[in-house]
Design a protein around this ligand. Structure first.
Ligand code: SAM
Ligand code: DTB
Ligand code: SF4
Length: 330
């Protein structure tokens, strides 16, 4: 097994360090974070090229199908009813509106459509309506993803049977930081839902948020937890906190953008075959910062002018950037 000291050795000519995803220790990951930036990005790019077309980017479009009024108290989230934000509550959308949004996403070039609902966990009667959405979106030839909160095993099985390809459920932070950010559920609740999703046969989309005031060790801890999921999540969204007025985390000190790139690079090295998604926060990134993220192994984005309640880069801006970089949608 590779040791801490070999990870931090000079890497100019050495092959990239690889090991089974679950075998990385927290110390290994901290050592990766501490590498000189160029060495770290080189390693990540080398791992990336061994597993993916380095010029391909997967495009997922998000739609909030039920907005606001959530009973959970996640400190980052504008949709919690406990935080005085400007988000207007919206009940579960009619399936026709979801189909129209999915058609538009497909026409713009997205390959996956992700439906998000601000629930702690779905009620079975709500799930019936979501199943109709999944069936309709899938019939358009799009991959389907949903993020609806905590699931019981029978709910995961029903989503799988309806044709849901991916379920998004983020760990969001390291285990030790979790209780500082969310008080209405436990870290273990997230792991239980992830088990139910995996057992149902759906693919797992699971990542987290950085820039919430955590330490670098905690960022390493989040990645360690993600890498412990076995098999690793097929899709790993790395979000930069979008600071929304009224949320407890509004006003948090901004993260050094290069630390965001380092986190992408570490995720790529730890989870070589997963799609690493440059997720929330992209609207505030320069084209050059996004380019560094792609060089560090990000190969997926949220695509379309909105995330759930906040903004995302315009489609035209993304298309121009793809042209300038010679990237193609996958
Ligand atoms: N309610 C469900 C849940 O929490 O799993 C699904 C929707 S929730 C909005 C999905 C994810 O959005 C969260 O897990 C979190 O990672 C992300 N998110 C929410 N607010 C965010 C923010 N202000 N900045 C970055 N990511 C955010
Ligand atoms: C994920 O990791 N990020 C997305 C998606 N999965 C559901 C959500 C980002 C939300 C950003 C804040 C908002 O728009 O409300
Ligand atoms: Fe609710 Fe999800 Fe927002 Fe937490 S992140 S408050 S569970 S919508």
């Amino acid at each position: 097994m590779t040791t801490h000291s070999t990870v931090s050795a000079s890497l100019v000519t050495a092959p990239p360090i690889t090991k089974k995803t679950t075998q990385w220790s927290l110390a290994d990951i901290e050592a990766l974070f501490q590498l000189p930036f160029i060495d770290l990005v080189w390693q990540a790019q080398s791992v990336h090229r061994a597993h993916f077309d380095p010029n391909g980017i997967q495009l997922s479009t998000l739609l909030s199908v039920k907005t606001g009024g959530c009973p959970e108290d996640c400190g980052y989230c504008p949709q919690s009813l406990r935080h005085p934000t400007a988000v207007a509550e919206q009940a579960l959308m009619p399936v026709e509106d979801v189909i129209a949004a999915a058609q538009a996403a497909k026409a713009a070039g997205a390959s996956r459509f992700c439906m998000g609902a601000a629930w702690r966990s779905p009620k079975d009667r709500d799930l019936d309506k979501v199943l109709d959405m999944v069936i309709a979106v899938r019939s358009l030839g799009l991959e389907t993803c949903a993020t609806l909160g905590m699931l019981k095993p029978h709910q995961a099985e029903r989503l799988k049977a309806a044709g849901l390809d991916y379920y998004n459920h983020n760990l969001d932070s390291s285990r030790e930081f979790y209780g500082d950010i969310i008080h209405t559920r436990e870290f273990q609740d997230r792991l239980d839902t992830l088990d139910a999703v995996r057992d149902s046969g759906m693919k797992v989309c699971c990542g987290g948020i950085i820039g919430m005031g955590e330490t670098r060790r905690m960022r390493a801890g989040l990645l360690w937890e993600l890498a412990q999921l076995d098999p690793a999540p097929e899709s790993v969204p790395i979000n930069l906190l979008v600071q929304v007025e009224g949320t407890p985390l509004h006003g948090t000190e901004a993260l050094d953008p290069l630390e965001f790139v380092r986190t992408i690079a570490c995720a790529r090295i730890l989870m070589p075959t997963s799609r690493v998604r440059l997720s929330a926060g992209r609207e505030s990134f320069s084209d050059e910062l996004q380019t560094l993220c792609f060089m560090a192994g990000a190969n997926s984005i949220f695509y379309g002018e909105r995330l759930l309640t906040t903004g995302n880069p315009e489609v035209d801006r993304d298309q121009r950037l793809f042209q300038r970089l010679g990237l193609h949608a996958e």
